[in-house]
Design a protein around this ligand. Structure first.
Ligand SMILES: Nc1ncnc2c1ncn2[C@@H]1O[C@H](COP(=O)(O)OP(=O)(O)OP(=O)(O)O)[C@@H](O)[C@H]1O
Ligand SMILES: [Mg+2]
Length: 266
């Protein structure tokens, strides 16, 4: 018998202005796993993250997290319950220091207004926690640096650590390796394995299939807002529906490039 999943989506659908973006999607994320959510551009991956994290509410269907129906729960309360995410585009506060950015991620753990203002103190428990977390994650040399001045690969990692500062049960990462070189990607993979070893469940949206396969055992694949695969990452690239989805999108891209070339040639 398998344990109750940490997260489950049940028949979730979402439309924007009459356009069906997510159609009847169901899947489960068991506690403790590293799972990937993949699919071609525009398949609906970020929208699924937005539905899980509470940016959007589904039109129909339910989202259950850690035994509670969170379908309509405000985002902030979801974070408080142990659900944290990073964003596809880096959302660090550029003018704040690295440690201050991590402290913003801790806010969901503060119990009230007074507790929330405490992090501002130089020697506070919150600041110490943030510095310890950075050191633990191999970023201990950067706490005082202003975020905007750091290289892209470091900022991507800080974005992950900020989500982690909420001490989540489920860490959701939207394309954490986008724009990283192979060495930085390998470093990120080891980093995510360290996080996972502490018991944190990881759900990752990622286009880099090398990273997906070396990090995750299980993948859910979306295409045009529908689930087309839910199974092992070992066989995902041989699945006919998955192959067709990716080939189709490549054809579409080639076609777009062709049209663009024609337009610029004209
Ligand atoms: N707020 C919105 N209003 C209208 N359409 C939206 C909205 N959010 C997403 N969409 C549309 O939903 C579809 C899925 O978008 P989504 O960003 O979820 O795709 P994705 O799989 O994350 O793609 P990518 O790999 O490019 O990040 C796209 O056609 C997008 O234009
Ligand atoms: Mg996306």
């Amino acid at each position: 018998m398998s344990a109750a999943p940490l997260l489950s989506l049940n028949n979730v659908s979402k439309s924007f202005g009459g356009l069906q973006v997510i159609s009847d999607v169901s899947f489960e994320v068991p506690a403790g796993v590293r799972m990937a959510l993949i699919g071609p551009n525009g398949a609906g991956k970020t929208t699924i993250f937005n539905l899980i994290s509470g940016v959007y509410i589904p039109d129909t269907g339910t989202v259950t997290f850690d035994g509670t129906d969170i379908t309509s729960m405000p985002s902030r309360r979801r974070v408080g319950r142990g659900l944290a995410r990073s964003f596809q585009n880096i959302r660090l506060m550029p003018h704040l220091s690295v440690v201050e950015n991590i402290m913003l991620g801790q806010q969901s753990r503060a119990s009230g207004l007074i507790d929330m203002t405490l992090p501002l103190g130089a020697g506070s428990r919150w600041r110490r926690d943030a510095e310890e977390l950075l050191a633990h994650m191999g970023l201990g040399t950067f706490p005082g640096e202003v975020a905007a001045t750091l290289p892209y690969g470091i900022r991507k990692k800080i974005e992950v650590v900020r989500a982690l500062a909420a001490s989540p049960k489920l860490l959701m990462l939207d394309e954490p390796a986008a724009g990283l070189n192979p060495a930085e990607t390998a470093n990120l993979r080891d980093f995510l394995k360290t996080i996972s070893d502490t018991g944190t469940t990881i759900l990752i949206v990622e286009h880099d299939m090398g990273l997906v396969r070396s990090l995750c055992d299980h993948a859910v694949v979306l295409n045009f807002g529908k689930k087309i695969y839910d199974g092992s990452t070992r066989h995902v690239q041989e699945n006919p529906l998955v192959l067709e989805a990716y080939l189709g999108s490549r054809h579409a891209k080639d076609h777009d490039a062709e049209v663009h070339r024609e337009a610029t040639d004209a």
